[in-house]
Design a protein around this ligand. Structure first.
Ligand code: PMP
Ligand code: GLN
Length: 384
């Protein structure tokens, strides 16, 4: 059997979660909350089921949810999408990413990705027969290097994938940076695939710079988000795609034969829940408090060097200041050692690079109860 994806194994997230479980480690690896969602949201699902919303919804998604998503985007970013022709409900952001790429990338097309990047982009591009063109984000700050992006653009570039707030680094793009991207793409017909799943996790009073805020970018963008992140329901796998009608029409051709529709009762529940902006408006403070608590503990009790964290629920640290042999371990080996010997699971940054890249950096997820973070800090404090 010739594999379509010869280089792909089990994802690092599943691997590290399994290792954490096996060794009773505090799992700060895979990104998901260890606390439950708002009980009101669960009640809304039960109510939707009791009301008989248990059959196929319309292919693009429940109308009330598409309208609620369009209203939220307009309220926050000032761009009005037509819910009938420009908003689609997906089975999480992962399906949105794969279906967008299958719909829009032709065999031989180049797709620019900014590394480190989420692990599903490369395989999705490969399945479409596209060519992934990695461009490194600036080491340390993880800010975009526009000169490098400009030199990666060719007449064969079909799309560029931008993820802000950024997994794994926690960096966020400024308005100036997104305007620089807008200027760079202006003379091209390159499609922007904007992975904005952490759109509601931007800290310290900064605003999320959605592609939909900028008219000329919105006109060429597929903007992807996920309720899993925003409402602490990663297991629901419900996401959204907002894109101009022409791009949405192509997206839906694939979507309808990929999943056809997404589970109905959750969509009704999310539509009702979105009528109150408080849950997503309070999210930055909620997660900034966790970030501050975790960072303060790391700074006080461990030899790690902390990278800045302006968005997402991830904190990256450099372990080069630890004694040998830890300081010189490859990231993946260090994460295994940390899980099995210290009892805290993390994710190596090298897993987010197509060719791997060693910079002594690992990612912790702080979407955890304070007691979980404290128990992780307790164990990490033994590093000296
Ligand atoms: N993009 C990024 C950057 C992510 O971090 C994740 C999940 N953690 C996804 C996409 C996938 O989201 P979903 O769980 O909704 O499929
Ligand atoms: N996106 C999550 C992370 O980066 C995990 C998603 C997954 O397990 N595929 O940790």
């Amino acid at each position: 059997l010739t594999s379509r994806l010869p280089a792909v194994g089990t994802t690092i997230f599943s691997t590290m979660s399994a290792l954490a479980q096996q060794h009773g480690a505090v799992n700060l690896g895979q990104g998901f909350p260890d606390f439950d969602c708002d009980p009101r949201l669960v009640d809304l699902v039960t109510a939707a089921m009791a009301a008989g919303h248990n059959q196929y919804p319309p292919m693009p998604g429940v109308a009330a949810l598409r309208e609620a998503v369009a209203a939220k985007i307009e309220r926050l970013y000032g761009h009005r999408y037509d819910p009938d022709r420009e908003i689609t409900i997906t089975a999480g952001a992962t399906q949105a990413i794969l279906s967008s790429i299958l719909a829009l990338v032709h065999p031989g097309d180049e797709v620019i990705v900014l590394e480190p990047c989420y692990d599903s982009y490369g395989p999705a591009i490969a399945l479409a027969g596209g060519i992934m063109v990695p461009v490194a984000l600036t080491p340390g700050s993880f800010s975009p290097d526009f000169a490098a992006i400009a030199s990666a653009l060719t007449p064969r570039t079909r799309a560029i994938i931008v993820n802000t707030p950024h997994n794994p680094s926690g960096a966020t793009w400024s308005a100036e940076q997104i305007r620089a991207l807008e200027a760079l793409l202006a003379p091209t017909d390159v499609i922007l695939i904007a992975d904005e799943v952490y759109e509601h996790m931007v800290f310290d009073g900064a605003a999320h710079q959605s592609a939909s805020r900028f008219a000329s970018l919105a006109a060429r963008s597929v903007v992807i988000s996920s309720f899993g992140k925003t409402f602490h329901v990663t297991g629901w796998k419900v996401g959204t795609v907002a894109a101009p009608a022409e791009l949405t029409a192509e997206f839906r051709k694939v979507h309808q034969f990929n999943v056809f529709t997404v589970n109905t009762p959750m969509q009704h529940a999310l539509a009702a829940y979105l009528s109150d902006p408080a849950p997503y408006e309070t999210l930055p403070d909620f997660y900034a408090a966790k970030r501050d608590h975790f960072r303060a503990g790391l700074a006080r009790r461990t030899p790690f060097e902390l990278l800045p964290a302006s968005g997402t629920y991830f904190q990256c640290v450099r372990y080069g200041g630890l004694p040998e042999p830890m300081a010189s371990m490859r990231e993946q080996d260090f994460c295994r050692w940390l899980t099995t010997e210290i009892g805290v699971a993390a994710i190596p940054l090298s897993a987010f690079y197509a060719e791997g890249f060693e910079q002594q950096l690992v990612r912790f997820c702080f979407a955890k109860r304070e007691a979980t973070l404290d128990s992780a800090l307790e164990r990490l404090a033994t590093l000296g």
